[in-house]
Structures are given as structure tokens and as C-alpha cells.
Design a protein around this ligand. Structure first.
Ligand code: FAD
Length: 422
């Protein structure tokens, strides 16, 4: 018996949003999360494009009434102390009538979104670990779970992997391909007493470049008092510091003058959490009667705060594809493939942007200052990535880099890194 038309493994933003969309479309779904929410999670700064999904899911009212911190822009700090601010009110985004998005305490945000899915009609099991996806005759047919120490099978017509970086299905089917270019590692914690300034950029996300390759620090306001701080760098850099994360963190804070000033009175209030091995892609995102959404499908470096937006849009696209499958009765890999193509296109735009960024970091700040390219860069930063044809600025970045590579005397020559861009 397939009482659950769709089983969704994971109740993070991808799983909860998908449940919400399916429930709105009248498709019965069960979300199973191994954790009991609220549970802690990294990924606290959103991009503007998330607005559309919140609106679709009648969730904007919740975002406003919960008073999540409004994020009006992003600011980038070079090691020499120079600041480049990018306010969000410089471009119009179709269907987005506000010039801010949000920073969120993920424990609270994820719980609220999961509750919203429940309000819309999803069934939710929490504290229930999915052990594996079941297959019969070459198609996914349900999941095996552990409920209170007892194992049992739950059948369904479609299985969705929304398990985040646990990537349950990618591991089970051995589809996971580690990113060969980026092996980044992060350490983060919450602080009080961070000096965020008083001006209009006070509640922006602040990104501080560190004077090491692909090294940076995020500063994300969680509420008036609490600020999330995280250091990101190549894993090799961390390896040398594993034994003393605290010393590593503190010394990183000294390497950018603005950051040092911001942290002068800071008091740590949560333990350091490390996050590693996080860039990968699956060979495929769909199969017969199964799909992957959010981080379960693909994870790219978090420098542009893209993860939650990708998770939400993957849910939107997956729900459209699933509705079509129910309409036609065809749940085959071929029938579900257009979803994969659409999602891949968007994530690849983020990935291309990230590669070009890490290839020549001063180029990013140069383009954000350039009257010709500034607005196109802003569109990307605000999450408009699903139409590659509309992201010509990436071609312009690539051409610029090629010119620097070919020149002997270009000012940026010494900043080129080994990251390949083709
Ligand atoms: C260092 C770092 C910084 C980041 N910064 C940002 C940022 O600023 N902004 C941003 O948008 N994104 C950021 N991200 C990315 C963001 O964290 C993710 O993209 C986002 O959480 C993806 O949502 P998801 O629903 O796919 O997965 P998750 O949020 O991870 O949810 C997956 C859920 O699945 C459940 N689960 C896992 N395995 C099982 C199982 N076997 N059975 C049942 N349930 C299971 C888990 O309990 C979890 O609740 C960052 C990521 C990293 C690593």
C-alpha cells in the first residue's frame, strides 16, 4: 500500500519547502527528520530570491512576525581595510517588492518552515532516522526507518532525498563526487559584543578577506545582541590548527584590520563548530521514482550565501516535476530529468561565479565598483541564477581574467590563483 504518495527524507529548508508545495498541490507527503527540531544548523544569511518561495508558501507573514533580522545588503572588506558595500535596493527583482531579505537563527527558522509545511498538510515525523531507501524492480519504493529502536519499512510512490550533507541516497547509490577544486573548511560560533557599526551597513552580512588563499570570515547578525562569526579557508590551512581551533580562530581575527576592530569586545557564547568536506555533486539528481533536493544533490562553497536559496528553489522545481509525474503517471528517471537539468543550470551559475571569484579576488571588488558590471553582479548576489543567458557578466569576468593572465604587468597579476576557470 502506498499511503504516502511522497516520502521526504529530511525536514530542513529543502524538505520542508517541498512538503509545503506538495501539500498545496494536494499531494500527500510525509516528511521524516532524524533530528528533533529546533536543531542547530549552519547557513544563517539568506539571499533576496528566497522571497518568492516564502510568498508561495504563505510564509512571509511568519518571517515578519518572528522579526528575523532584515538584511539590506552585503559588505566586503579587503585586507587593506577598504570596504565595498552592495545595498540590495539598486536593482528591481521581478516579483520581489521589498529591498531586504533576512538573517536567521537556523534552529528557529527551520522549525517554523517545517511547521508551515505541517500547517499546509504535510505529515511530519521528527526524531525518526531513515536507514536506507528501499528499491523494488529498479525503482525507489519507500524507506526503512528506525522508530524508537524498532525498524520498519514505509512504502511510497516517490522518495525524495532532502537529507542535506548527510546525502543518504547519494551514499547508498555511490553517486557522490567530491569537488576536486575546493576543499574548504569552516569553524564558526556565536558572539555578543561584536561591533557592527551604527550606519546603514550595520545589519549587512560582512565578508572579510583574509590574506590567505580562499580565506575569509563571515559576520552575520542573528539578533540585536548576537552575531555569528565563521572562518573559512582551505582544509590544508586548518589541518595545521586542528588541535587548537580557538587559537586559530583568534589569530584569523587579527589578519584584517576592520575585523580586528569589530571583535575587540566580542565574547564567545557558543562552542566552535567545525564544518568540512562540503563541496560535492551527485552524478545524477533523479532516478526511477526518486529525486534529490537541496544539499542532498549538490553543495557549492558558501561564499555567496547561496545554499538556502538553492534548497528552496530545488523544492519549488521538484514539486512542479512531481505534479507533472502524478498527472502523467510517469515517474521514470527520464520523466524526472527536466528537474535535474533546471536545478543543475542554476547551481552551475553559482559555481562558475565562485570559481571566477576565487581565481582573482580583486576582480570581484573591481566589478562591484564598475558602472558597467555592478548591477549584473548584484543580480547574481541576490540569487538570480537560473537563466545562464542572463548572466553575461560571468563571460566578462572570464575575459578580464584571461587578459590579466596574458599580461606581464597588470596590477592584478600577482593576485591570480591556481583555480582553473574552464
Ligand atoms: C560553512 C557553511 C556556511 C554556510 N553559510 C550559508 C549562508 O550563509 N547562507 C545560506 O543560504 N546557506 C549557507 N550554507 C549552506 C546551508 O547550510 C545549506 O545549503 C542548507 O542548510 C541546505 O538545506 P537542506 O534542507 O538541503 O539541508 P539541511 O538543512 O542540512 O537539512 C537536512 C535535514 O535532513 C535530516 N536528515 C539527515 N539525514 C537523515 C536521515 N538519515 N534520516 C532522517 N533525516 C535525516 C537532518 O536532520 C536535517 O534536518 C552554509 C554551509 C556551510 C557548510
Amino acid at each position: 500500500m502506498e499511503d504516502n504518495e511522497v516520502i521526504i527524507i529530511g525536514g530542513g529548508p529543502a524538505g520542508a519547502a517541498l512538503g509545503g508545495y506538495l501539500s498545496k498541490a494536494g499531494i500527500k507527503n510525509l516528511i521524516i527528520d532524524g533530528a528533533n527540531h529546533p536543531r542547530k544548523h549552519v547557513g544563517e544569511s539568506l539571499v533576496m530570491s528566497t522571497y518568492r518561495v516564502f510568498k508561495d508558501l504563505d510564509f512571509l507573514e511568519v518571517m515578519e512576525s518572528e522579526r528575523f533580522v532584515r538584511k539590506y545588503g552585503a559588505s566586503w572588506h579587503a585586507p587593506n581595510g577598504k570596504e565595498f558595500a552592495a545595498p540590495f535596493d539598486q536593482i528591481e527583482q521581478e516579483g520581489i517588492p521589498q529591498y531586504y531579505t533576512y538573517h536567521v537563527d537556523r534552529a528557529r527558522f527551520d522549525l517554523l518552515l517545517l511547521k508551515q509545511a505541517e500547517n499546509l498538510g504535510s505529515r511530519v515525523y521528527q526524531g525518526v532516522h531513515v536507514k536506507k531507501v528501499l528499491f523494488e524492480n529498479g525503482r525507489a519504493s519507500g524507506v526503512r526507518v528506525n522508530i524508537g529502536g524498532k525498524e520498519m519499512n514505509i512504502p511510497s510512490k516517490v522518495v525524495i532525498d532532502a537529507s542535506g550533507r548527510a546525502t543518504i541516497l547519494g551514499n547508498q547509490l555511490r553517486l557522490k563526487k567530491k569537488d576536486t577544486l575546493f576543499d574548504q573548511y569552516a569553524v564558526h560560533a556565536w558572539f555578543t559584543g561584536v561591533d557592527r557599526g551604527d550606519g546603514p551597513t550595520r545589519n549587512y552580512i560582512h565578508i572579510y578577506f583574509l590574506p590567505i588563499e580562499r580565506g575569509w570570515v563571515w559576520q552575520i547578525p542573528i539578533n540585536e545582541a548576537i552575531t555569528s562569526m565563521g572562518v573559512v579557508a582551505d582544509k590544508k590551512v586548518f589541518r595545521a590548527s586542528f588541535s587548537d581551533l580557538s587559537a586559530y580562530f583568534s589569530s584569523s581575527m587579527q589578519t584584517n584590520p576592520r575585523l580586528q576592530a569589530a571583535m575587540r569586545e566580542a565574547v564567545q557564547i557558543t562552542p566552535f563548530t567545525p564544518e568540512g568536506d562540503y563541496s560535492y555533486s551527485m552524478e545524477k539528481f533523479v532516478g526511477n521514482h526518486w529525486m534529490m533536493v537541496g544539499d542532498a544533490a549538490r553543495f557549492v562553497d558558501p561564499i555567496f550565501s547561496s545554499g538556502v536559496s538553492v534548497a528552496l528553489y530545488s523544492a519549488k522545481f521538484a514539486s512542479e516535476q512531481i505534479q507533472q509525474a502524478f498527472a502523467t503517471g510517469d515517474f521514470s528517471e527520464a520523466a524526472l530529468k527536466p528537474y535535474e537539468d533546471k536545478l543543475r543550470k542554476g547551481v552551475e551559475v553559482w559555481y562558475e561565479f565562485i570559481r571566477l571569484y576565487y581565481k582573482l579576488m580583486p576582480l570581484f571588488t573591481h566589478f562591484t565598483q564598475s558602472p558597467q558590471h555592478r548591477l549584473d553582479i548584484m543580480r547574481l548576489l541576490q540569487g538570480e541564477v537560473f537563466e545562464r543567458d542572463e548572466t553575461k557578466v560571468l563571460d566578462a569576468m572570464r575575459e578580464y581574467i584571461q587578459k590579466v593572465e596574458a599580461s606581464d604587468s597588470h596590477l592584478f597579476k600577482g593576485h591570480l590563483t591556481a583555480v582553473p576557470i574552464d
